[in-house]
Design a protein around this ligand. Structure first.
Ligand code: ZN
Length: 140
């Protein structure tokens, strides 16, 4: 099961230390390419707000996608403050696109947004490659 290629394009494997697993490019991806949909059960947002899972993606005030099923490989896409993908909501679907050319072997990331960042990331510090790099810079 290690480094199994999914749909000819994706590999799920360990990401940076303490980040858990991530989703990586099995082939080079071009800027603007559609990558995959964040899939899951549609649940009322008011109910979603009572759940503890991290794999919730709010569509609007009424509906949220619960993406915690393992078949939703988009759930492995980690947050970055300098991402190479973006999410677009179209017709109630959560679609992930590349915002620049992505090399084979590079990890896919998108910006999870302010609400998620404040609740889940900021308390223990952001560990994305961008923030880790800026922490390494010693102020003059
Ligand atoms: Zn960051």
């Amino acid at each position: 099961m290690r480094n199994r290629v999914i749909n000819g394009r994706f590999i799920v494997r360990q990401s940076r230390p303490s980040m858990g697993r991530g989703l990586f490019a099995a082939i080079p991806i071009r800027k603007g390419d559609f990558l995959l949909e964040y899939t899951g059960r549609r649940i009322p947002t008011s109910y979603a707000d009572t759940l503890k899972t991290r794999y919730l993606f709010e569509l609007d005030e009424e509906w949220t996608i619960d993406g915690s099923r393992r078949t939703n490989i988009a759930r492995y896409v980690n947050h970055s403050c300098a991402p190479n993908c973006e999410v677009q909501l179209r017709d109630g679907k959560i679609l992930i696109f590349a915002t620049r050319n992505i090399r084979q072997g590079e990890e896919f990331t998108f910006d999870y947004g302010d609400e998620y960042f404040e609740e889940f990331i900021r308390p223990s510090g952001c560990k994305c490659s961008f923030c880790s790099r800026s922490r390494d810079i010693v102020p003059a």
